[in-house]
Design a protein around this ligand. Structure first.
Ligand code: PRP
Length: 210
């Protein structure tokens, strides 16, 4: 049997499928129109589609041999992550930012930080030696400063349109993000040839310098 690949649904999946196709891996059913979540693919691969934050979990537990998800998700999963990061696929480029209402003073006084990236936010402010209150949210983070729930947000910024539309501006760049290939530790050893073949196939279709 060939490898099982965990895929991040949503925006990353859209960018990822053409890349996989160029590497010879195409789902046998239409992944966008189907309600299925597990797909057989050409080359004998099996694709499982899930929330990005679950991709590291499936890979760490070996249910998926490899996974494709954003560096943001990998960072948020934490330092104890027990898998290998093998390849930067050069897609899904964006940045993790601190953003605040335009012109707001966020340098003094207590700071409330709304975010999906609780661990990333904590370690960012720990690094600055600043005590803050981190408020976990599941989505639509931009609402938090508008409604008075938080002073700033830590979130993904791509075009910046969402920030602008909500009266927010970029303040601090935490890290640049792109989509990565991660590999289960046991699969890396016991299925070395198959993993290596996949890595090489993907590397060959990935933009140079990624
Ligand atoms: C992300 C992020 C912002 C938006 C930024 O959300 O949380 O809301 O994209 O993109 P922009 O700078 O191009 O406007 P996403 O659409 O991934 O959905 P989510 O809220 O479920 O994370």
């Amino acid at each position: 049997m060939s490898l099982t690949i965990a895929l991040n649904r949503g925006r990353i999946l859209k960018e990822c499928l053409p890349l996989l196709a160029r590497a010879g891996i195409e789902p046998l059913d239409d992944i966008h129109s189907s309600r299925k979540l597990i797909f057989d693919a050409t080359g004998g691969y099996r694709l499982i589609v899930m929330r990005g934050s679950d991709v590291p979990t499936y890979v760490e537990h070996g249910v998926a041999d490899v996974g494709i998800t954003g560096k943001d998700t990998i960072l948020e999963y934490g330092d104890g992550a027990d898998f290998y990061e093998r390849l930067d696929l050069g897609i899904g480029r964006c940045r993790l930012m601190v953003a605040a209402p335009v012109g707001a003073d966020i340098d003094t006084g207590p700071l409330r930080v709304a975010t999906k990236f609780v661990n990333v936010a904590r370690s960012w402010y720990d690094g600055l030696g600043r005590q803050v209150t981190v408020i976990p949210l599941a989505g639509a983070i931009e609402i938090a400063p508008l409604t008075g729930l938080a002073d700033v947000i830590v979130d993904i910024v791509d075009t910046g349109n969402t920030l602008r539309a909500n009266g927010l501006e970029e303040r601090e760049r935490i890290v640049d993000i792109s989509t990565r290939l991660i590999v289960n530790r046991a699969s890396q050893k016991t299925r070395f040839d198959a993993v290596q073949t996949l890595v090489e196939r993907l590397r060959a279709v990935t933009a140079p310098g990624s």
